[in-house]
Design a protein around this ligand. Sequence first.
Ligand code: G6P
Ligand code: MG
Length: 219
Amino acid sequence: NIEAIIFDLDGVITDTAEYHYLAWKKLGEEIGIPFDREFNETLKGISRMESLERILEHGGRQNDFTSAEKEALAAKKNDHYVQLIQSITEKDVLPGVESFLKQIKEAGIKIAMASASKNAFFVTEKLGLIQYFDHIVDAATVIRSKPDPEVFLKAAKAVAATPDRCIGVEDAAAGVSAINDAEMFAVGIGDRSVLGHAKMVLHSTKELNLETILYAYTK
Ligand code: G6P
Ligand code: MG
C-alpha cells in the first residue's frame, strides 16, 4: 500500500513555474542573454545556482563572471522572484490540488514536499496549504539537484515511508527522472512529450484523483 505522496511545488501545486521563468527572463535580458520557453523547460526543477550556470552557458558566457558576481546575479533573480510571489493567495492553488490533498489525508497517507526552492515554505504558507504537509524538505539541505533522487528520498525518510511505496508528483522532466531514480511511482503533470518517462501523465492538476492514481500504481 501507498505510504506517502510527495509533491513538487512550482508548476504542480501553483503556477510559480511561470514566475521563475519571468524572473530568469528579466535577469537574462539584463545581462544580454535572451531565451525562450523551450529553453526554460530545461531549467524547471533545477536549483537557483545551477539554473544560472545553464543560462550563462546558453549565452556562451560561462567564463565571464567571478563566483561573487554569479552569487550577485542569482540574488538579483531571487529579488525579482520574491517580488512576484508577494501577491500569492489561496486563489493561486491550481484547480484540483486541494481536494486531492484532502483525499490523501482522509486515506491516512502521508503528504510531503520535495521542492528545490528555498522559497517553498513561504509560498506554501501564502497558499494556505501548510497544514496538509507532514514534511517539507528544506531545499538548503539538499546537496544534489534534481534529476538526482536525493530530495525525494529525504522527503520519504522524513515521513518514514519506503520509496517503492511512494508516489511523486512533478511537472519537470528532471523531477520525473528524480522520482524514477528514487524508485517511486512518477505522476507527471503536463505534456507527454516532456514527461513521457513518467509512469502516468496527467494533462492538468484537475485530473488529480487518488483512486485513479492508486489504481494505476497497483496495475
Ligand atoms: C524549483 C523550480 C526552479 C527553481 C528552483 C529553485 O525547482 O522549479 O525553477 O530554480 O526551485 O528555486 P529558488 O526559489 O530556491 O530559487
Ligand atoms: Mg516544478
